[in-house]
Design a protein around this ligand. Sequence first.
Ligand code: ATP
Ligand code: MG
Length: 420
Amino acid sequence: MNDVLPGQIGAWRHLDGVLRGLLRDYGYEELRVPVVEHTELFRRSIGEFTDIVEKEMYTFEDSGGDSLTLRPEATAGIVRAVITNGLLRGARLKVWTAGPMFRHERPQKGRFREFYQFSVEAIGFAGPDIDAELIALGARLWQRLGITRVRLLLNSLGTSAARHGYRSALRAYFEAHATVLDADSVRRLQGNPLRILDSKNPAMQALIQGAPVLSDYLDEESRAHFASLCAMLDAVQIPYTINPRLVRGLDYYSHTVFEWVTDALGAQDAICAGGRYDGLIAQLGGEATAGIGFALGQERVVDLITQAGTTPAAAAPAVYLIASGARAEAVALQLAEALREALPGQGVQMNLGGGNYKAQFRRADRSGACLALILGDAELDRGVVALKPLRREAGQIECPPAELGARVRRMLQEELWTTI
Ligand code: ATP
Ligand code: MG
C-alpha cells in the first residue's frame, strides 16, 4: 500500500481533474459507494474461480458476525447500489466513482494491495453504441493527458449461450493436456475453464496459445454486436487490435471486452480495462438490465503522466509575508488574514518561526512567490507595508495597510504582464 507524497500529488490531481472534466463532457454523473460490502456480493458477481475471489480478497468478520470484504473493484458495489436504491426500473444511467480498491496480490512495480481506480459504468444500454462511446472516452483521455504509448485490445466473449459451447470445447482441450496444467488451472478446469486463459503463469502460455478460440463459437447476435462496434471505432478512427484470447479476470463479462495497454511501464502493462456485463444485474437480483463499464488503474496512469511530463506545475503562492521584530510579528497574522480575505485563491504565505531578513527572503524566494510583503519596525513606524517583486530586478515600494489588497492585486497583474 502506498503513501502519495506532496511531490507526487500534482500528477494525481491532474489525472483527477482531466478525467472529471471528460466525464462531464460525456454526460456521466458521480456516485459514491462504500469501501466495504458483504463478501457474498463479490463472490456472486466476480465469480468463485477468479484470482480475486480465490486468493486476493481482504475478508473479515465484523463484531456482528457478518462477513465483509474491502472492495477489490467497484462494479459490484455500483450495481448493488443501483438495485438497492431502486434506480433501475428501465432507467438508463451513466455513472462513475473513484477511490481505493484492495487486493492481496504479490506487490511489485505497478501492482499494489491498495490501489485507486476510476470506474465508469453505463447501465441500461444494450447496443454497441455505448461500447464505442466508452472506448472513445478512453482514447480522448490519453489524448488530453498527452499519453501516446497506448494500444487498445478488443475481443468479444459473446452471449452466455455462445460461451457455453466454447466452454465444452475448451474443457476437452485442457483435459487432453491435463498433465501440463498448473494447480490453479486444474481447479478451474471444472469450475470455469475460460479462467485458464487468463493465467499469468509463463509455464501455461504455450498451452494457452494452442487452445480453441472463442471467435469460432460466436453466434450471429454476438458477431453482429462486435461487427458494429468495430465499424463505429473505424468511423471515429480509433485503432484497435482484436485479441481472441482476451477474456478478462472477472466472470461477469459478456460480448465486448477491452483493455488499454502500454509498452512504457514494463510487466504491468494494463492501464484501463472493461467490458459488457449484461447478465450481472439479474444475477445480483435486479431486473435484467444491460451494463458495461471500465476501470482505470490510477497508479499506472500517474506513472505514464509523470513520464510524459505533462503535469502542470504546482501553483506557487502569490505573496510571501516577511515580518521582522516583535511588533511586526504580532501584526503579521492579522495582515495575512486580511490579505487572504481580499485575495481568495491567490496564496498568501506567512513567514513562520521568525528568522532574520536574509533567511526570510531566502524562504520567500524558495516558495516561488511573486511578491514579498515586508513588515518591520521601520515600516510600522511609518504606517506602511513594503512590497517587492521577487521574480525580476525591482526596488521596493510602500503602501498603507488599508490599500494593500487593491495594490497587491494590481501589482500581481502587472507582474503577470512582465513575465509573458
Ligand atoms: P492485471 O491484469 O494487471 O492484474 P486486472 O485484470 O486484474 O489487471 P482489473 O480488475 O480489470 O485488472 O482492473 C482495472 C485496472 O486496474 C487494471 O488495468 C490496472 O490498471 C489496475 N489494477 C488492477 N489491479 C491492480 C493492482 N493490484 N495494483 C495497481 N493497479 C491495479
Ligand atoms: Mg489482476
